[in-house]
Design a protein around this ligand. Sequence first.
Ligand code: ATP
Ligand code: MG
Length: 283
Amino acid sequence: MLTIAIQNKGRLNEDTISLLADAGITASASHRKLISDAKGFPLHVLYLRDDDIPQAVAMGVADIGIVGLNEVLEKEQDVDILMKLGFGACRLSLAVPNAVDYPGLNWFEGKRVATSYPVILRNYFSENGIQAFVHEIAGSVEVAPAVGMADAIFDIVSSGGTLIQNGLREEDTVIHSEAVLIGNPHIDAEKKADIDKLMFRFRSILESKGMKYVLMNLPKEKVPEAVAILPGMKSPTLLPLADEAWVSLHVVLHEDTLWEKIEQLKNIGAEDILVLALENVIR
Ligand code: ATP
Ligand code: MG
């Protein structure tokens, strides 16, 4: 049976549990347990600190794991990145005190930079030919410049609010991160088949994000115009109505263009437009 390692508590825990739930898999949210069996899929769930997930997967203690790409890159363990999961978005950036007049990356030459991601930062500096002192600290990295422990920081940024509160300015984004599914590279064929099943479910959930199911009544003669408004679709679905001059038109639209398309369809005579949430798109 497949074992998945997920974060026991913290920022990724809730979204991970709800991704599994959307995929029909009930995993207990309880972080007091180390391991439990999921319902809805043959799966052991191992609850770990996010720092330990790449190693657990590389060692085969877990076959797969859900963790931030930032942790995967920092830990440099032998794992495959199987897919991005669309939550836990953040970036790892270099930030300097507001008073600094920043000319570019060369500013970091000879500077002390505090971070919880020393591997990623050292790699970045060495790729760019910068010699700087990388100071690893476990937490509260953003206060290091104010207390004189460092000249700058390299840390996780999402909204940027924490940086502003600490008088820092983001200058250089090194990586964009989000939660990813990782896998042990030496998995057997039976487990591989289960992983493929899981990934199929995850993909259909991700694809349905931002999609709406739209239905409306349309004068039959307007169908060619409606089809022209909805390019890229194989073909909208048409159902007959009791009134033969009208049809019911069903189509899946992305949020980005939803209102624009609806206005156009209204202009050619669409009525009684319903917009419904879409749970899964299975291709
Ligand atoms: P653990 O106790 O499991 O070690 P942690 O304190 O290291 O937890 P969290 O703060 O729970 O980690 O963050 C987990 C992951 O969430 C991060 O590694 C990152 O991928 C992602 N993330 C998204 N937004 C943020 C953010 N604003 N701050 C920190 N992490 C974020
Ligand atoms: Mg951690």
